[in-house]
Design a protein around this ligand. Structure first.
Ligand code: HAM
Length: 441
């Protein structure tokens, strides 16, 4: 008998009878929440239109190398948070953890330096980071953002901040602050980093484990450590603004001048350094007011990244941008009890009794829909009482009723749920009459 060959590596057991569950840090966005999503997405698009940003849609999967080179190999995102796997044909690929790198890649790939500069991009979509899940921090989350590629002007930085400020106000958010800093050029930062490391070296023993590593690999991040044990050292630490080269300093002053001129409130935060390596000069973050030093609560962030396109192999091209975290915006909209107007809520209910009426009602429903009038219905129910109850629960003001008698007479009933008054109309005038009622309200 030939021996049975047992494969050396058995595939992992994948089948189970348990009900499949969501992965940690992943979320379903249910219909009840979609109003908020629609509001944010629509405001994002309206602002893109208003400020002439063109929408860009980018792939979810990219070469890992794109993010390693852009975000920086020693950053938390690249070190710990990327969903990376080895693809059979493409090699190491990664689910995008942010958009800026992909926008820069697309700008180079499509030769957009040939277009009139700057080129302005808007995006909205999901990102993936293997972060420790908690409220407002997910492994799949959404950002909307704006990038301006091809201009060095401080006015670009200021206008991006103005856009962010106006967008949050338009959404109805009141309590937020804009924090701003400048981290200069990589050259001016070299000297500053030396100074920072020498300051923190003397405190090494008292630093948290993470900061001990940062001291070697990513010293700027020492400044925004949230551990209590590291807080006492911040106050005396050297501040990056004192190390800025003249050009970065002048650029920063100009940005602040523009913001002052436009009455945009901001807070200067000398410890703001951001967690991605590509930034130069201006950096900023937006925080809900009550959480200014919270661990993971920034609503958004961005800044200038004049070296990124060149790092990726393009021509030297200045750029700036920012992104907002959609889930965090929605948490704030809910906490601040921002009222939503649901334009998609049905305005009328279409009730029917009997088979003949059902067909006529279904036809009418299609006519209403084609005319942009959203009608609720429950064609599977037969009793009028039942249907009026549903209409009542939906909070619609008007119910159109088609019964056997109305079908025979060629009429339709219109019931005002507020007053209880019912009127009879010629069926052919239904659209006309319902429009009159709706526009009167
Ligand atoms: P970021 O600070 O990494 O910047 O992310 C921007 C925003 O995305 C954060 O302020 C936060 O609202 C949201 N966010 C980040 N991680 C999570 C998470 N795990 N769960 C929920 N929300 C999260 C960037 O991504 C840069 N690309 C921004 C930029 C654009 N810089 C220049 N242009």
């Amino acid at each position: 008998m030939p021996k049975k060959v047992i494969p050396k590596k058995m595939p992992a057991k994948r089948t189970s009878n348990k009900i499949p569950q969501l992965l940690r840090g992943f979320k379903d966005i249910l219909p009840v929440d979609q109003q908020y999503w629609r509001l944010v997405r629509q405001a994002g698009q309206d602002f893109a239109d208003g400020y002439s940003f063109g929408k860009i849609s980018l792939p979810i999967l990219e070469e890992s190398n794109l993010f390693v080179r852009s975000i920086g190999k020693d950053t938390d995102i690249v070190q710990k948070e990327m969903f990376t796997y080895n693809d059979v044909s493409e090699g190491s690929v990664t689910l995008r953890p942010e958009f800026t790198a992909s926008v820069a890649r697309a700008y180079i790939n499509h030769g957009m330096f040939n277009l009139p500069q700057p080129v302005k991009f808007y995006y909205f979509g999901p990102l993936f980071r293997r972060d420790k899940p908690q409220a407002g921090r997910y492994r799949q989350f959404y950002q909307l953002g704006y990038e301006v590629i091809g201009d060095t002007g401080a006015i670009i930085d200021a206008q991006l901040i103005v856009l962010a400020y106006n967008l949050l106000n338009q959404l109805g958010l009141k309590n937020f602050t804009i924090q701003i800093n400048s981290i200069g050029t990589p050259e001016s930062r070299k000297e500053y980093k030396k100074e920072l490391v020498s300051y923190y070296k003397s405190k090494r023993k008292m630093l948290c484990e993470n900061c001990k590593k940062r001291l070697l690999k990513n010293p700027l991040r020492l400044l925004d450590c949230k551990e209590a044990s590291c807080q006492p050292f911040k106050g005396e630490a050297p501040q990056i603004v004192d190390w800025l080269d003249d050009e970065s300093k002048a650029h920063f002053m100009k940005v602040l001048e523009y913001l002052d001129g436009l009455d945009i409130p901001y807070i200067l935060n000398p410890y703001l350094v951001r967690g991605l390596d590509y930034y130069t000069k201006t950096v900023f973050e937006i925080w809900p007011a009550e959480k200014e030093d919270g661990a993971q609560g920034a609503l958004g962030g961005g800044g200038r990244y004049d070296g990124l396109i060149e790092t990726l192999g393009g021509r030297p091209t200045p750029a700036a941008g920012f992104s907002l975290g959609v889930e965090r915006l929605i948490i704030q909209l809910k906490e601040q009890e921002v009222k939503l107007t649901n334009h998609q809520a049905p305005k009328i209910f279409l009730a029917q009794i009997g088979d003949q009426a059902k067909i006529k009602a279904m036809k009418l429903f299609e006519q209403l829909r084609a005319d942009g009038i959203i009608a609720a219905e429950n064609f599977t129910k037969d009793g009028l009482k039942n249907q009026l109850e549903i209409a009542n629960n939906l909070g619609v003001r008007y119910v159109l009723i088609l019964g056997q008698k109305e079908v025979v007479d060629g009429t339709i009933l219109l019931r005002d749920m507020e007053s209880g008054v019912q009127e009879v109309f010629d069926f052919n005038k239904t659209l006309q009459e319902i429009k009159k009622k709706l526009s009167a309200n």
